[in-house]
Design a protein around this ligand. Structure first.
Ligand code: PLP
Length: 438
């Protein structure tokens, strides 16, 4: 679709959305897909190839969601498809150990500082299990997290900040009992003083602090220099575990994720890490792991229970291993080239249109905040313009570019984003900037 094309016709998506809403809450199986934050009808996708999505009406879009992170290599990468076909040919699930699981775990251990790893099926399971293990290992109950960091829909982590920095939190959604969040402390991100105060008051009760290694779920809000190291050191000083959630950043920001850009350089290691998205190659696979002595507390070696019928599923592990194997230095270099081209085009075009904006990145992951000052916390992210983002989003969609349908998400690229896809995004920007500025 050319950027000058008129608004795509979407009768088939509209019909499917109406059918879906009759049988599924909101018509979708994960809330952000419903377009509630930007309005309009979600595009029902029929197929995807490389950087392109094709909807059920035959419209094509450059994909800047990439399945919310997993599609590092783009859609339908030949090596991944071959691995999946080969695995499916041998059966889809056995409930017994396989060589593929060992190979995927070895590949992750080789790229990260984790010594032992357990496979699960979703990022939510990974963080939930890591929290349970941290509590079981330390014999303590309190969990510290940051406002704006999302770790999946774990009850104890769906918490909103209480009234003071060191007061315990309240449920962030109906359905989570107060008793599930009363042991969770929610602190402002990038705020060392808040962390120090919380540990000073509750340090001997804190089992763990969990943080996104570089938050992407309030839009990309990178850690201030040294912040992750400060968190690791504070946890260590108080006998708490530092859990670095790399579900989004793992194997995307670098071969060793966000840790590859800070911990590996600065010389510190998280006690536990969580992974998902890229390591499943677009199929359901995730993991948590870390220090051998901590992981030894997990069943069947230790007393902390955790399990999964489809954990280490042979098809998912094949897709994940093929993805990690294909993620060479050239892939990461291409991701940077694509992201740099888009960021430069956005900055030039939005500046020319007089549209206030800030682009924040970690590696090739970036967010475009429609505001005129850097965003360092959730409170600042929430103060950016949501209506302007909706206008930007719809103009881009009309011109064949599918951005994340929310102002508070990362934009993801893949190594398959070729020059034609990049150019289609660049060509769409001027009209979108005008729409957002008006
Ligand atoms: N942790 C982070 C940092 C995430 O971004 C997500 C999902 O977006 C999760 C955990 C939960 O992963 P899943 O959606 O696979 O349950």
């Amino acid at each position: 679709m050319s950027p000058t094309a008129t608004t795509p016709s979407t009768p088939a998506s509209e019909a499917l959305f109406s059918r879906a809403r009759a049988v599924t809450p909101g018509g979708v199986n994960s809330p952000v897909r419903a377009f509630n934050a930007v309005g309009g009808t979600p595009r029902f996708i029929r197929s995807a190839s490389g950087p392109w999505l094709t909807d059920v009406d035959g419209n094509e879009y450059v994909d800047l969601i990439c399945s919310w992170g997993p599609m590092l290599l783009g859609h339908g990468h030949p090596a991944v498809l071959d691995a999946v076909r080969e695995a499916v040919g041998r059966g889809t699930s056995y409930g017994t150990p396989t060589e593929g699981e060992v190979a995927l775990v070895e590949a992750i251990v080789a790229r990260t500082p984790v010594e032992r790893l357990r496979l699960v099926s979703s990022g939510t399971e990974a963080t939930m299990s890591a929290i349970r293990l941290a509590r079981g290992f330390t014999g303590r109950d309190v969990v510290v997290k940051f406002a704006g960091c999302y770790h999946g829909h774990v009850d104890s982590l769906l918490a909103s900040a209480g009234s003071g920095l060191t007061t315990f939190s309240i449920p962030g959604t109906p359905g989570v009992p107060a008793s599930s969040t009363e042991l969770t402390l929610v602190l402002p991100y990038n705020d060392r003083e808040a962390v120090a105060a919380a540990f000073a008051e509750h340090g001997d009760r804190i089992a763990c602090l969990i943080t996104e290694a570089a938050p992407g779920n309030m839009g990309v809000v990178p850690p201030a220099p040294g912040f992750n190291r400060f968190l690791a050191e504070t946890c260590r000083a108080h006998g708490a575990l530092f859990i670095s959630d790399e579900v989004m950043t793992g194997f995307r920001v670098s071969k060793a994720g966000q840790w590859g850009t800070d911990g590996a350089v600065e010389g510190w290691v998280p006690d536990l890490m969580t992974f998902g998205k890229v390591m499943g190659g677009g199929l359901p696979a995730a993991a948590f792991g870390g220090r051998a002595d901590v992981m030894a507390h997990l069943a069947p070696e230790g007393p902390v229970y955790q399990a999964g019928t489809l954990a280490g599923n042979p098809v998912a592990t094949a897709a994940g291993l093929a993805t990690l194997t294909a993620a060479t230095d050239e892939v990461y270099a291409r991701l940077d080239v694509v992201a740099d081209a888009l960021r430069a085009g956005i900055a030039d075009t939005f500046t020319a249109a007089g549209l206030p904006h800030v682009i924040q990145s970690t590696g090739s992951m970036f967010s475009v905040f429609l505001t005129d000052h850097p965003v360092t916390s959730f409170a600042e992210a929430q103060a950016t313009s949501v209506p302007a983002y909706a206008a930007l989003f719809h103009s881009m969609l009309d011109q064949g570019v599918h951005l994340p349908p929310s102002a508070f998400e990362a934009w993801f690229v893949s190594s398959s984003h070729d020059d034609r896809a990049v150019q289609q995004v660049l060509d769409a920007l001027p009209a979108a900037a005008r729409a957002a500025a008006s």
